[in-house]
Design a binder for this molecule. Structure first.
Ligand SMILES: N[C@@H](CCC(=O)N[C@@H](CS)C(=O)NCC(=O)O)C(=O)O
Length: 262
């Protein structure tokens, strides 16, 4: 099993005595252990909440445990790359296992259906409640567990974007991944291109989808933009710039390397 540990995150953890305090996000989001301790929950102090300007969301508690039991099942370049980026960025220990989606078999020869009856990625195994699937659950979970889930309006904007990316954009790729040809393929490409035009309108000139970003939603949109490149789909200039901006993130480069994409 490949084990990934983000270098930047490891350095940050070293500076904080092993506790997870992501310096990049600390300015904007409440870190998990500011909000919830593993040995007894406590609310963040008023000054923390005031400083962040958000309503406090209690995190899941994974990141402060320091044990490497989190597992990610991924397929190179699939939507699971968004989770892979988040995990690497967090600096948390985790195990990443590649899945051959054509055979539904892991790199260790396990039947993937036996691990996850859904048979698709992303799938994560948490030490708190076992298997968790669906981007709409996995991405917010990882944000929560790694202390980057925003509160207040940003919390709901994050879900709004993940919903949009998952159902409108990712969903529109369905026929292309399903091997559509001829008219069906051209129609699907046109639909995807229209979704990106809408995404550009919604992004409204900002660098990141939610608040000061990047968040797990940015990871997810970025991954779909890699698919656009692969399928030769027209993408508005601002989203090409968004893709380039994300490509420069250390965590993105490490995750892509770990998946054999670069
Ligand atoms: N409903 C799932 C869909 C995830 C999905 O489409 N995963 C693709 C890769 S991007 C997959 O594993 N496809 C293989 C299959 O469905 O067998 C989610 O939102 O997480």
């Amino acid at each position: 099993m490949a084990r990934a540990l983000g270098q930047a995150g490891a350095q940050t953890r070293a500076r904080t005595g092993g506790r997870f305090l992501p310096h990049k996000v600390r300015r904007h989001f409440l870190p998990l252990d500011t909000v919830s301790g593993v040995s007894g929950r406590r609310r963040a102090s008023q000054s923390c909440a005031d400083r962040a300007g958000v309503f406090v969301v209690v995190g899941a508690g994974y990141a402060t445990r320091g044990d490497p039991t989190m597992k990610l099942y991924f397929s190179p370049g699939a939507c699971s790359l968004a989770s892979h980026i988040a995990l690497i960025e967090s600096g948390a220990d985790f195990e990443a296992t590649k899945v051959d989606l054509s055979k539904h078999e892991t790199e260790h020869g396990e039947d993937f259906y036996a691990i996850s009856p859904r048979g698709y990625v992303p799938a994560i195994v948490t030490d708190e409640f076992g298997l968790l699937t669906e981007n709409s659950a996995v991405l917010p979970y990882l944000a929560s567990a790694t202390g980057t889930l925003p509160g207040g309006e940003a919390h709901f904007r994050l879900h709004e974007w993940i919903g949009f990316i998952g159902t409108e954009i990712h969903g529109a790729y369905g026929p292309l991944f399903g091997g559509a040809d001829g008219d069906a393929k051209a129609k699907a490409k046109q639909t995807v291109a229209e979704k990106y035009q809408l995404a550009e309108t919604l992004l409204d000139g900002r660098d990141w989808l939610v608040a000061e970003g990047p968040t797990v939603a940015d990871n997810y949109l970025f991954v779909t933009l890699l698919w656009a490149d692969k399928f030769g789909i027209d993408v508005p200039q601002s989203l090409q710039a968004f893709r380039d901006r994300n490509s420069q993130r250390d965590s993105v480069q490490q995750a892509m390397k770990a998946e054999g994409l670069s």
